[in-house]
Design a protein. Structure first.
Length: 233
């Protein structure tokens, strides 16, 4: 299987120029599915820390790049929404966040904020032994003893070291959310109304912002809190 990806067919969220060359690197297997951006692109094209794949691999071999608290060694490791990138030697930390065009961008954060990551619950089911498994937006899973307080579309904050849940934000009217896709990607506001769509269609959500507001579908919003919003300003 080829390790190259045609630039013209990359997902719209990828921060690459489609007309500068024919190919770019292809993301490896891992979180975020097809939307995941190879770490090489982040290091080379977004941050400008390296000029080539060889330089990127050398940097990773120094165990100086962490994603969600874990050392990364694969330049093709997919990077996606809400991932935390830490460069300890540089004392630099970033959260992956959508810009207004829907492309993935890096928002600088402090070391304390980089100690945990946000995840949107997309599935909750009981597993063997009576425990429960929460599946998050990036495909990662978390097994817990009691999931009664968690629902689909809620958000949780996971400590990068212990992997424990340290915060929980319910998806409901009045919740603070950010749009992660669509024409309003990157905007933050408060849910004023959840419009239930009969059948199998996506529910709609009306969000009030400082500049007015917008309406989008539920898969395009993620619940956050004031601290999260403040980190990105």
């Amino acid at each position: 299987m080829t390790r190259h990806q045609k630039r013209l067919s990359v997902p719209k969220s990828w921060p690459v120029e489609r007309k500068e060359g024919t190919f770019t690197v292809k993301a490896g297997a891992g979180p975020h599915g097809k939307a995941g951006v190879p770490l090489l692109i982040v290091l080379r094209d977004v941050l400008g820390y390296v000029d080539s794949k060889k330089e990127a691999q050398y940097a990773l071999n120094q165990q100086s790049v962490l994603v969600n608290g874990d050392v990364v060694s694969d330049v093709r490791r997919p990077i996606g929404m809400f991932d935390i990138l830490a460069f300890d030697e540089r004392d630099e930390f970033y959260r992956v966040f959508p810009d207004e065009g829907g492309r993935l961008a890096l928002s600088p954060i402090d070391a304390d904020s980089a100690s945990s990551r946000l995840g949107k619950i997309v599935r909750k089911n009981q597993v063997k032994g009576g425990k429960f498994q929460l599946t998050l937006h990036d495909g990662s899973t978390l097994v817990i003893d009691d999931a009664s307080e968690y629902d689909n579309k809620d958000s949780i904050v996971i400590d990068n070291e212990s992997k424990d849940i340290v915060a929980h934000f319910s998806y409901e009217e009045g919740a603070l959310v950010t749009a992660i896709a669509g024409s309003h990607a990157g905007e933050i506001g408060e849910v004023s109304e959840i419009i239930v769509t009969p059948g199998s269609g996506n529910n709609s959500v009306v969000v009030e912002t400082e500049d007015g507001g917008f309406e989008t579908i539920e898969p395009y919003v993620v619940t956050i809190d004031e601290k999260f919003a403040g980190d990105d300003e």
